[in-house]
Write a protein that binds this ligand. Structure first.
Ligand code: HEC
Length: 109
């Protein structure tokens, strides 16, 4: 019985932890503005208007879908490979909104 009780407690803790990391709180402030930014900053040139790729990676399948919001934000800030860094071109807030846009609107997570 004791064992069962600790299992229940463990499950409750797990459920609580999951609740915290769910994407429920992530929302793009203004989807239209951020979509325009995605186009004007050439994200769309490389990744396609829907993020399905072109020159750049398809953001809607494979590894990109495993990234956390923080990792997406870091990628936009620092770039990698042929992708340029945007930390000197965009404000912190614009980068955060773009990361959320990729996460919520493009990847539908
Ligand atoms: C010059 C083309 C180019 C532009 C412009 C560009 N990207 Fe990328 N992006 C890439 C390539 C190529 C990769 C794959 C990274 C690598 O090869 O290291 C990538 C990777 C990414 C990833 C990570 C994918 C993963 O593996 O998890 C995200 C997210 C992303 N880009 C978003 C953006 C956003 C948002 C913008 C606009 C602010 C943007 N990119 C602009 C070419 C581009």
């Amino acid at each position: 019985m004791k064992h069962l009780k600790s299992l229940v407690v463990f499950a409750a803790i797990l459920a609580g932890a999951c609740g915290q990391t769910s994407s429920g709180g992530i929302a793009v402030k203004d989807v239209a503005v951020t979509r325009a930014l995605f186009a004007s900053q050439q994200c769309a040139v490389c990744h396609g208007p829907e993020g399905k790729g072109g020159v750049g990676a398809n953001l809607t399948t494979g590894m990109p879908m495993q990234r956390s919001l923080e990792q997406i934000e870091a990628q936009i800030k620092n770039g990698s490979g042929v992708m340029p860094a945007f930390k000197d071109k965009l404000s912190e807030e614009q980068i955060q909104e773009l990361a959320k846009f990729v996460y919520k609107e493009i990847q539908k997570r």
